[in-house]
Design a binder for this molecule. Structure first.
Ligand SMILES: Cc1ncc(COP(=O)(O)O)c(C=O)c1O
Ligand SMILES: [Zn+2]
Length: 466
């Protein structure tokens, strides 16, 4: 094979995947090894994404930044052929879901006093389909080029598999149907009837996973999913820990945002609030924004949003922030005690020291359990889509917050309901509390005086009531 312009590296243990293979997970991952394995795609040279391309389809517009396009090019597939492949799959998606992928609008909402990116207009009604369409393209290209055996992934013998209670499963089912591949979904008994009906319509094979007896055990759907993958199924998932290539499609959201923010009349964004369940939405958005940042121009403070009932990332952030603070003080930073999360975030940004930060992050990725602790039992919240017991892509989220001076925001149930309802009134969208959680956090943070009333903020609206 020709030399591909990229490679895959595990951000947790540093393992480099063989260039001629396409891998989904780190080969050195072992159960309970306490390392935050995440197989990331890295380009061989430093490059800044090109954002000025015209197509309304993000998978065409940003193709040159994708792993699948780089693979295709390395194997001699012409650009036109690649575009045709994207368009054909996109048309198939449109025939299943009514429309294909289009850049979603980013606009100022006067009533809310902030900027919104409207992902509810996306395929299947959420951003989730971005992850899965990107994954489908990677696999399709790998099959066409011979890096993977043609048609074997997603066959009846090796079905695609996903664990999810709603939006991700629906998005996976739409893409799998359009792509004509078999999909198994692992869902909890609490999955809404409307979701189950639509999954059935789309031809997915459904496995309902009962909750564990012991409150402390992990997510039963994820366990069943992992067992299926161990038996040969393909991780067709929105969790980077289970398939690092899923972050590729997620980047398109951040690229779109960066392109909007680069326009002459664009706002200088100070804060971006993102709801965090497994963490892939946040981590891929943050990665894309960072890739696009001009000459290290400051990014907006990135805020991860979680519920009171389930906040594994917030806890991990506090432990990591404290460790980094101690390491920076030991290296000569002023020995002040930041009182709040906000003050801590600001202190860490002011006193950041590249070598110390890098050392602390690298060490943290090898002691996952010290930071990321599984929330026991089955937490409940009106924002039911962000109740992942642990944040699977958590370390990328932690790093991005610390590097941008953002702090995590916990929203109460009352704030979630108020944010969703205000969002419905001001946007006319039938938002759900999960999709409006970032909005709820922005409004609550403004009301609490944690951000200035005039600060320029943006949120991602990612879901509507099913
Ligand atoms: C509507 C919606 N928004 C945001 C998220 C959070 O995304 P992630 O799990 O990648 O953190 C989810 C996850 O299920 C979701 O359904
Ligand atoms: Zn690894």
């Amino acid at each position: 094979m020709a030399e591909a312009p990229l490679h895959q590296v595990c951000e947790g243990c540093g393992l480099r995947a063989p260039a001629q293979e396409i891998a989904f997970t780190c080969a050195d991952r072992r159960p309970a090894d306490d390392i935050d394995h995440l197989l990331a795609v890295c380009w061989n040279e430093t490059r800044r994404p090109r954002l000025d391309q015209g197509s309304a389809n993000p998978f065409v517009a940003f193709r040159a930044e994708s792993c699948s396009h780089a693979m295709a090019t390395a194997f001699g597939i012409e650009d036109e052929e690649y575009i045709e492949l994207v368009q054909q799959l996109d048309e198939a998606v449109a025939s299943v879901d009514g429309h294909g992928f289009r850049t979603t609008p980013f606009s100022h909402n006067r009533g809310l006093g902030l900027w919104i990116k409207n992902e509810t207009l996306n395929v299947s009604g959420t951003h989730k389909a971005r992850h899965l369409f990107g994954l489908a393209l990677c696999i399709e290209v790998a099959e066409r080029t011979g890096a993977l055996p043609a048609g074997s992934l997603g066959s009846a013998e090796r079905p695609l598999a996903i664990a999810s209670c709603g939006n991700a499963a629906l998005a996976a089912a739409v893409v799998a149907r359009a792509w004509k591949r078999h999909l198994r979904v692992f869902i909890p008994p609490t999955a809404p009837a409307s979701v189950v009906a639509r999954l059935t319509d789309l031809g997915a094979s459904i496995k309902v996973c009962q909750a564990h007896e012991q409150a402390a055990a992990g997510d039963p759907c994820l366990e069943k999913f992992r067992a299926a993958v161990a038996a040969g199924a393909v991780p067709f998932t929105c969790q980077g820990s289970e398939n690092g290539l899923t972050l590729e499609g997620g980047l398109t959201l951040g690229f779109e945002l960066a392109r909007s923010l680069a326009l002459a009349d664009a706002p200088r964004l100070e804060h971006l609030f993102v709801q965090v369940g497994g963490g892939a939405l946040f981590s891929s958005t943050a990665r894309a924004l960072k890739l696009c940042a001009k000459d290290n121009a400051p990014l907006p403070a990135l805020h991860a949003v979680q519920t009171e009932a389930c906040q594994p990332l917030v806890r991990a952030w506090r432990t990591l922030a404290r460790d980094l603070w101690a390491a920076l003080v030991a290296a000569g930073a002023p020995d002040e005690e930041p009182g709040s999360d906000r003050e801590m975030a600001r202190w860490l940004l002011r006193n950041a020291k590249e070598s110390v930060n890098a050392r602390v992050f690298a060490a943290a990725g090898r002691q996952r359990g010290r930071y990321m602790q599984t929330v026991p039992g089955q937490p409940t919240s009106v924002a039911s889509g962000i109740l992942d017991n642990e944040t699977y892509d958590g370390f990328a989220v932690l790093r991005a917050q610390i590097e941008t001076g953002g702090w995590p925001v916990v929203v109460s149930e009352a704030d979630l309901v108020a944010g969703r309802d205000e969002g419905r009134v001001q946007t006319g969208l039938n938002l759900d509390a999960t999709g409006a959680a970032g909005l709820a956090a922005a409004l609550a943070a403004r009301q609490a005086g944690d951000i200035a009333p005039e600060a320029t903020c943006a949120v991602l609206l990612t879901g509507t009531q099913r």
